[in-house]
Design a protein around this ligand. Structure first.
Ligand SMILES: [Zn+2]
Length: 173
């Protein structure tokens, strides 16, 4: 596997709002290829793969003020950051689209949800004035950002422009 065994208490904090569908409680993600439930850490190098069929898994997790550096800034994959709030209607619409993109681009991007009400330092640092605010972070740098919800196709184009997919070297053969 491409990641070391660091599936500790940092994983599995997604949820509580009912807005998250692909990431089950307990930090497990069901493989879209074979259906196996895999335990996935919040922070690890590289990408995550299914323990059964070894294909890339959609990596969907969450972070807050205390673990943003580890989960997002030190990630080796580009990270799609969803700054959202429980009371935000558009967030609930955009969330499934982001999970869809994380599934389509499995192995190329990591989706990290940040509940802005639970992460005041991050909200201040990134000057979040609207939710959802979406960012693409690569090597700790924000390389793309947009505020407000958008349709899946628009989000896909935005994400692909930022991360350079499809047509990434891994896909070429
Ligand atoms: Zn699988």
């Amino acid at each position: 596997m491409g990641w070391s065994a660091r599936a500790d208490g940092a994983a599995g904090r997604v949820g509580g709002s009912g807005a998250v569908s692909a990431a089950a409680p307990g930090g497990t993600i069901r493989c879209p290829h074979c259906g196996k439930a895999n335990r996935v850490p919040s922070a690890a190098g590289g990408s995550v793969r299914c323990g059964n069929c070894h294909r890339p898994l959609p990596w969907i997790t969450s972070a807050g003020d205390d673990d943003f550096a580890e989960v997002v800034e030190r990630a080796t994959l580009p990270v799609l950051v969803d700054l959202w709030a429980t009371w935000c209607g558009p967030c609930r619409m955009v969330s499934p689209a982001l999970e869809q993109l994380a599934t389509e681009r499995a192995g190329h991007v990591k989706l990290v949800k940040v509940d802005v009400d639970a992460a005041p330092r991050l909200s201040q640092r990134f000057e979040v004035q609207a939710v959802p605010t979406l960012m693409v972070v690569r090597d700790g740098q924000v390389i793309a950002r947009q505020a407000g919800a958008a349709p899946l196709a628009a989000l896909r184009t935005w994400l692909d422009n930022a991360i350079g997919a499809p047509g990434t070297p891994d896909d070429r053969d």
